[in-house]
Design a protein around this ligand. Sequence first.
Ligand code: GLU
Length: 351
Amino acid sequence: MIAKRIIVALLSVMTSVVTIAPAPVLGQKGQASPVAPRRELVESVVKEAYAQFRGDTGGKNADYIPALAQVDSKLFGIAIVTTDNQVVTLGDVKDPFSIQSISKVFTLALAMEEMGADKVFDKVGSEPTGRAFNSPIAVVDMQTHTGNPFVNAGAIATTSLISGNDANAKWNKVLDFYSRVAGEKLTIIDEIYKSEAATNTGNKALSYLLAKYDRIYADPFESVDIYTKQCSVGVNALQLARMGATLANNGKNPATGEQVIKAEDVPHILSTMTMAGLYDGSGGWAWHVGLPAKSGVGGGIVAVVPGKGAIAVFAPPLDEAGNSVKAQKVIEFVSQKLNYNLFSPSSVGWK
Ligand code: GLU
């Protein structure tokens, strides 16, 4: 009787194994997307979102970095790049803006490339802080002190992990890595860097507080300077969408075909984005949108749809939590219309 049950159980496991379809091959040029929704549908949803939110006047530019207050608040661009490198854009998608906090995603990826995910996790952790992104109280209060790689303290600690003979070598490595993720050479926006470097006393204070707890791994001020440079890197919405699509494509840039980020690191990055990508708005974002995303105070947000692609929106005015008002609305709209919410069984493969 028991033997019969075992045979039945084994047979059912074997049948379920043979009926699983092979994973689709993604990111090959010229091949119709195996997973992305039809292009015309995506284009029409993007147009609808653009028309609906273009006149939205909510929020205001960040001004604690003086140069950000000068950026034209009316700029508005939407870009989608799929894992098979189809591109849909609308509006101001060629205007460069500072990547700001979105850089934290890619420095985390670089640190994992260099030392492996487990070591990075030991040194930085990945817990929500429940506090503002630049909070010194979180550094004192939290057991990890660093919190996670997307609050400023954790991000500065992550930057301090990047190896190099001197600050310049470390910085060049970071910039080169971002460029490979974007599939194009990126450069720093000098006015933003100067403006931020002249006013980043809070970040310097965080770096010294981390030193008190042995949670910074290079010279504190050198690390803040490299961090400030990484935040001042210029991207446009299209480049940012491609950076997101590289994550969606398991770390392989869909335009250049280069495996820039190790595939096994991608889930760590996306889960951290889900937990802390939109500062104190991350819980509400997961509730309403259900996609890993990262925002920056420069007005950009990129959201990743694993296996399918990424959407990036640039619109400078921010809400209280520091997230672009229009970008959040557009991404929520597009992801609902295209059924992208990862927590929806029908989106991820309900049968
Ligand atoms: N460079 C900014 C800072 O350190 C990044 C903040 C952000 O985009 O959230 O304050």
